[in-house]
Design a protein around this ligand. Structure first.
Ligand code: BTN
Length: 223
């Protein structure tokens, strides 16, 4: 049975995961906080959440280092499994969206030791729209246990079979599939049409008949 550590307040559930790994806590485990004072997002961004309106949790697990690619895509599918709103789409590589509004995000951080890695999978979900920031919510109360259970079952399948078996399913919920968007890689921006993902979870796009596969980058919203 997976252990759940619940805290009223933490700087970040991600840091707590690595502290627990240091003190030899048996993985997998989950860290949940009612409030984060220093929540972080991808690319060094701040993650804003509010008590009672947000779900902030991190799932700590040990994974083969080679399995880390595409992990955030799999976690996105897992989180989505627990949401009632079928309109929630996954914006590659790891945002949960309702149309143009981001309602959740996933942050994967890892420390690898040879072929094994300690992994902290952070999930931030706006259950209700926030009051202090213009962030939209899914209008559903989801328990941390439910989300953690869904991540766990998706992970098991992923560890056994890789991303390939999830490719079509991921594409069926891929945000803005078929649309032309701006893809930003490093400091370069280019207009591309989203085609799907590869069997490794790389983003597949097209521009003037030329095909691109990207393992990094960000799709800009509202562009
Ligand atoms: C993103 O969209 O950039 C990812 C956001 C991830 C936020 C979650 S909230 C729980 C966990 N603890 C953190 O400090 N960040 C992640």
């Amino acid at each position: 049975m997976m252990q759940i550590f619940h805290f009223e307040e933490l700087p970040s559930t991600q840091d707590k995961v690595f502290e627990l790994f240091q003190s030899k806590t048996q993985a997998p485990f989950v860290v949940v906080a009612d409030r984060q004072t220093k929540g972080r997002g991808r690319l060094g961004r701040e993650w804003i959440s509010e008590t009672g309106r947000s779900l902030t949790l991190s799932y700590g697990c040990i994974l083969p280092t080679k399995n880390l690619e595409a992990l955030s895509l799999i976690v996105g599918l897992g989180v989505r499994d627990r949401l009632h709103d079928a309109d929630v789409k996954l914006k590659w590589p790891n945002d949960l969206m309702i149309e143009e509004k981001k309602v959740g995000g996933i942050l994967v951080e890892s420390r690898s030791q040879g072929d094994q890695a300690q992994v902290a999978i952070g999930v931030g979900l706006n259950l209700l729209s926030l009051q202090s920031a213009p962030y939209f919510g899914i209008n559903q109360k989801v328990a941390a246990e439910e989300v953690a259970g869904a991540i766990e079952s998706r992970l098991n399948a992923f560890i056994n079979g890789g991303f390939g078996p999830f490719q079509r399913e991921y594409e069926s919920v891929l945000w803005n599939k078929g649309q032309t968007v701006t893809l930003k890689i490093d400091d370069e921006k280019k207009e591309v049409r989203i085609l799907g993902v590869s069997d490794r979870g790389w983003l597949k796009t097209e521009h003037n008949g030329e095909l691109f596969l990207s393992d990094q980058g960000e799709i800009l919203v509202g562009s």
